[in-house]
Design a protein around this ligand. Structure first.
Ligand code: MN3
Length: 239
């Protein structure tokens, strides 16, 4: 029996705590875990939205918000918790799990889904919130103008084939701001991303994010969603 299979069965049988940490380390192959860290708890829960489902209506209709939050996002959380029970990990946080070496596809899809949507909700505000002068200065430095940055985000979202996300990120080393996109529920924390960095803002371009109101008009959705961004919340994600 392979160690991972043993772990799976052990976890289901409820005696996972009896396994030595070193064995978990080998079995889970999480490179940066250490013997003193705890297992990442399988108790993620749905974050509350800051506003009512109907309050985002200038960009996204109430029914889309409700289904997106209470069904899609909840679904990722349920599957993430189930995957953590099946495959215990010593990663110190969800972010570290996603950024680690080759996370299991269940973590990429459902851990990514939970991380991405949680970030998305935090940065949406009916009517939007203007950026600070210092954040505008940072954006101008890397994109030449605020409008160029907005346009580049919209292009990243439009060009993402199929389902995925457009991202405004910060380089972990140079601190440079940059824009990229990822497929499915991948994000720039992951080694699979075209460019890794700290996500500051993610825009969901899955059809479930806009189809009821916009049908095939993803560009129109991308135009309107940028009007309800809380740029102070985005800035608060900077390194
Ligand atoms: Mn979504």
């Amino acid at each position: 029996m392979k160690k991972r299979e043993f772990l799976k069965i052990s976890a289901k049988a409820g005696f996972i705590t009896a396994i030595a940490p070193t064995m978990l380390l080998q079995a889970c192959n999480e490179g940066n875990a250490n013997a003193n860290s705890k297992l990442l708890a399988a108790n993620f829960s749905l974050p509350k939205l800051q506003y009512g489902y109907g309050e985002y209506n200038e960009a996204v209709d109430a029914l889309t918000m409700e289904i997106h939050h209470s069904k899609h996002h909840q679904g990722y959380i349920n599957k993430l918790n189930a995957a953590l029970k099946d495959m215990p990990t010593e990663a110190s946080s969800l972010e570290n799990l996603l950024a680690g070496d080759d996370p299991h596809i269940a973590f990429r899809q459902n851990g990514g889904g939970h991380f991405n949507h949680s970030l998305f909700w935090e940065t949406l505000k009916p009517g939007g919130e203007a950026p600070s002068e210092s954040f505008k200065t940072a954006v101008n430095q890397y994109f030449n103008s605020w409008d160029n940055m907005i346009a580049e985000m919209q292009t990243a979202g439009k060009k993402r084939f199929g389902s995925g996300w457009a991202w405004l990120c910060q380089d972990n080393n140079s601190k440079e701001l940059f824009i990229t996109s990822t497929k499915n529920q991948d994000n720039p924390l992951m080694a699979a991303a075209e460019r890794q960095g700290k996500p500051l803002l993610g825009i969901d371009v899955w059809e479930h994010a806009y189809y009821l109101k916009y049908q095939n008009r993803r560009g129109e959705y991308l135009g309107n969603i940028m009007n309800i961004i809380d740029w102070k919340a985005v800035e608060s994600n900077m390194i």
